[in-house]
Each structure stands twice: as structure tokens, then as C-alpha cells.
Design a protein around this ligand. Sequence first.
Ligand code: ARG
Ligand code: GLU
Length: 721
Amino acid sequence: MKKYLLLLFISISFFCKGFAEEGMWLPQLLQSLNEKEMKRMGMKINASDIYNIGKGSLKDAIVSFGGFCTAEVISDKGLLLTNHHCGFDQIQNHSSIQNNYIRDGFWAYNTGQELKNPGLFATFIIRIDDVTKAVLNGVSSSLPEKERQSLIDKNMTAVRSAAKKEAYQDILIRSFFEGNKYFLFITETYRDIRLVGAPPSSVGNFGKDTDNWMWPRHTGDFSMFRIYADKNNKPAAYSADNVPYKPKRALNISLDGVKEGDFTMVFGFPGRTMEYLHSSAIAQTVNVSDPAKIAIRTKALQVIDGFMRSNEEIKIQYAAKYANISNAWKKWQGEILGLTKTNAVAKRKELEASFEKIVLSKPELNMAYMGILQNLEKAYNAIEPYAYARDYYSEIFSKIEILGFANQLKSLVNAYSNNGETGYNTTQPKVIERLGELYGEYNADVDKKLFEVLMEMYVADQKDEYVSPYFKNLLKQNDHNYAKTAAVVFERSKIYNKENLLALLTGNAKDVVDAIKNDPAYQLTLDMQQTFNNTVAEKLNSIQAEINQLQRKYMQAQMDVFTKKSFYPDANSTLRVTYGNVKPYQPRDGVKYEFQSYMDGVMQKYVPGDYEFDLPKKLINLYNKKDFGRWGVNGRQPVCFIAANHTTGGNSGSPALDAYGNLVGLNFDRVWEGTMSDINYDPSICRNIMVDIRYVMFIVDKYAEAKNLIAEMKFVSRKKK
Ligand code: ARG
Ligand code: GLU
């Protein structure tokens, strides 16, 4: 009887553990690793419908958008869907006082109105091949790191030249599992990508920083572009003669929405995760590196916010910068919270204990991996002070912009010392252009205050030997007063506005270079860089190299030890599939979040005239009349939903597909409590956030009345009418 009960208990706990929603899987391996489980979770199509190199499959509708986001093809005329925040640069570039597309949105009502975007590209993945054997040919574990890398480089060159591809295609080889595997990608990159549509920011970025990384969410974070090709449908530089691209595959759009428990998958280009770290590395993130970066950004954001609130011009100039600084700042706070709450360090230690036990039980594992955990721990402890110094240096250096300006001037000084007047003359206009762009979104008063506040942290929170002697001296000359020191640097330096810069850069090359070398901001920049290089960088890099080598070995070790587990490689900006079910979550005791949000919530958050929560009149009217067209259900308009898909930065703009491979949502964020999924995915609180595709269509159809776009898309429904 007892035995049966035990068996029953084991099988119940096995099933209660549920499905492995964790993982960013390689599309070409779904069939062997994931298909069975995906079907058990509700998928109705086959792995070969997702990835197939013989015929069109879902992968042929997915592109890397500009290398930093994902987008998907949603019509036979190459229409692309991505996030508003992914297309924001382009929307901003086309905006002016007269045509304020950021504020008012933009819609092309025919292809002639679509706007070109130099530099923007969309990359398809044609084929993925395992080239591990060829790349690691001759590489033995005893080879010193440097020789190992040069042998790998040599092998990769050979693999590249042997690979079959068309002239218009490219080859990419990337390392996976921390250098234990290599895959080759044949890609096609289209470079004539035009802006088709974007909602006003009050829809596309509704809730801004307050709602960022939060659920419940009410943002219509989408924009639309179109791929153009030459007459043969091949990639081509922008030309007025180019025509809309005819895709191998376009996604169908589902009208059915999602229910709790429904299968979903997200297909895209996740950027970077670190799921296989040693517990001491996780502890370091929680206790040292996240808190340091958060502290610096908290100060910086306070300064910028203060100016933005009292000055309309600064508010516009600093909007994007503020959003950028605050995005990671907020994410790190969620990361600490989640890692702490889910006991990530303790759980990782448990995993290490069972790893150790198995290693000790088998002689061959013992031989290969004995002591690896201890070595990792030692290395992470050794790197801690240097990693902290690096975070401090790079966070502060990048927030005080005058130091960045001086760094630009360094390229001019270097050009002169390397190539004399010729070098100077070719570099000088580039520097003026680059700095000219930066001055457009810059205010010296804000920067001076940032200098004052952040340089105090630079001195106060770091070991004295890591601090620039030049700055310490400057500070001493100014009574150890940071405000006074900042004032002096800005007064004497010439480089915080365009007139001063032009004055500084006028005259013969030698005099200009001498004048630059006398600029206090320039001198400070050089000394900060040198101090960092001498006291931190060298040590940091050598320990980091050791850690990389150990992590590579530890990755292989985990695969050799936990033989029953399927492993997925950390994200590295390559194409991945992640899948999970639509699910509510419970972030803390007594609070449970539903999986779906509606327009009622948009209206509840509405604050007329507010910087974050204002709404367009027309949208409010549509809501008041309940004029949702075929996009609403039972008199309500769905807006966003969440599911347990394992996503990260770079998955922005990725399609969320249902069990049949139809488009139901557009990925754009994660919930705050779950941002630690980059280090430790936990199914209890990790959720990705998607715009419901019916909200996207409602905005295109009812708000923008872009019937031309609705007409080119294909809609499907499995519901009986
Ligand atoms: N948190 C999302 C991401 O990491 C959205 C960022 C854009 N939105 C914003 N309010 N800053 O990219
Ligand atoms: N917003 C993120 C991006 O731009 C996606 C959210 C996340 O990090 O999961 O990629």
C-alpha cells in the first residue's frame, strides 16, 4: 500500500511540475527535442511547419529587424509588423514640428506614401547547419586559449568558403553553449525597408516609464514597415523602382484571441541570457553589480527628471535618453526582487550539490570535472572588485556626456598623430558632424549637474586607487567641492556646444590639436580612461578569460552530468522558438493577475494632458461608442495578454503564435517580478507581455482607418459563425 501511495505521489508531483516552459530552442532541433512536448501542451501543427528548408515554413515570415528587434511578415506584399519602440528611431527621424509623427502617428494610405529609412535592414534565416565538427577540428582541451581561438578562426574561414550559398546571401557562424557548439546561418538581408504606419505615442507607448515592465499593461506597442525588393524579388539597395517583397510565407492573423491555458509560441531573436552560471555569479548580480548600477542610474534619473519637469525643451531633448536609462534601471530592480523571492541562489546551490554528487559517483566524470565548481567560485570571487569598478566606471562615464564628447576629440588627436594633416582633415568634419548630432539632444546645465553628482559617487564609492589622480587634484584645487569643480571644468572646457566646438576646431591642425590637449574635459577623460586601464582592465580581462574557459567546461559538464535533461543554449541574438501557455500569475500573497487586459483599463488609466497617460480624442470616442468593429468581444476590446513564454530583450516585435501557427499577439515586454528569467527562469512568476493582435487591428482599422492595410492581410477564425 505504502509503495503504491509513494508511486502515486511521485507521478502526481511529476505531472504537477507541468511542462518545461523554460527555454529558447533552436528551430532546426524542435523536431528531435521539443515537438512531443509542444503537442502535449496543445500545439496542433508539426515542427516541420515551423522550420523547413525544403518548403516555406513559419520561419520564412520572421526577420531580425535592424539587428536589435524582431519583426514578422503579415501580408503577401511584404508588410512587416514590429513594436513601436523598435521603429521609434525611424518614426523620430521622419518627424518635424509640422509633421509630428511621434505625437500624431503616421499612416501610409498607399505605397507611394511609405517612407524610406537608410540604414535599416531586415534579415531572413534561410538555413541553419551544425558545423561544430569542422569548427572544432583539431581543438583539444589541452590547447592554450590563444591557440585554440586562432585554430577555430582558421577552421571557420574554411567552413565559410566551403558553404553553399547564392551571391545575394550571407554566411554567419555563431558559437553556442558557451563555445561547445557552432552553427552556420545562411541569411538574406533586405535593405529597402519603408515606414508604413505607427500609432501616436499616446497609444504606442501608453503608460511610458511608469507602466514599463509592468502588468497589467495597456500599450499598443506596434508599428508597421514594408520590405522592398528588386524586380526579381531579391535584396537591393533603396531605389524608387523597387517593388514590395513577395514572401515565401506570411503569417495569418487569428480573430479568435486566447483563453487561459492556450498554447502559444514566440518566434524571434532573443539577445542575451546567462542561464548556466555558478551560484556565486548570481549572488554577485543580486548583491553587488545590480545594486551598483541601480544606485548610479537613480541619481542620474533624478537629475534629468528635475530638469525635464521644469523645462519643456529639455523634456523633448531628454525623452529618449531618459527612457533608455530608466529601462534597464527598472529591469535590474525587478531582477533583484525576483531572484531574491524565488531563492535563486539557494536553488542553484542545490543543483550544484547534485551535480557534485553525480560527478563523484562516476570515475570518468570525476576525472574530467573534479574541482570545477570550486574553481568557478574562486574566479567569481576574484573578479568581484574589478567587475564592480568596471560597472562604476562605465555607468558614470557614459552618463556624463562631456566626457563622451572629449572621447570623440580623441579620435581627431589620434588621426593627427597617426597621419598628420591628412588624417586631421579627413577626421575633423566627421567629428563636427557627430558632435553636432549629439548637441541636438543635449543641455550643458543638465550635464554639469550630472557631472557634479556622479563624480562624487565615482570618488566616494570606489577604492582610491581606481580614481583618476587628475580628478583628485582638480577637486583639491576647488576645496573638495563637487559643484565648484564641475563649474570650473565646464567654464574652461570649450566643447559643450557647437559654437565653442567650431571655434576650437578652427585654425591649423597643430594648434587645434594642442588646444584640445589643453582642454580640461579632454584631460580628465584621458586620465579616467588610463586609470581604469592601468588599475582595473588588465586584471578584469584576464580573470574574465579564465571564467569564460571555466564556463565553457562547466556547460559541457552539465550536459554530461544531467543526461536526462534537454538543454537549450543561452540567447545570442539568433533565431529561437519559445513556447508556453497563456497563464495568470500571483506575484505576492493575496494578489492574482488575470491574463488579459481590456480597453476599460486604458480608460481607467487615462489622465488628460498627462505626459504618460494622455489619450487621443478619437480613441476615446471610439471607446465611448463601443465602436470596436470585428476586433472586440462581447462589447469589450482586448488590449494585451500574458503567457509563460521565455523571452528577453531582442524578442521585442516577435510574433506570438497560437496552436495553429496563426498570429495572436505581438511580444513587447516582460512582467517586473519575472525579469530575472535572463539568469533564472521560474515558471511561477515569469511572464512575457504581448499586445493582443485584435488591438493592433482595431487601431489600424478603426482609429487610423487604413483600410488599405487591412485589405492586404489574411484573417482566420476557427469559431463557428
Ligand atoms: N521594457 C521593454 C524593453 O525592454 C520596452 C521598452 C520601451 N518602452 C519604454 N517605456 N521605455 O525594451
Ligand atoms: N522590450 C524588450 C525588447 O526590446 C523585450 C522585453 C524583454 O526584455 O523581455 O526586446
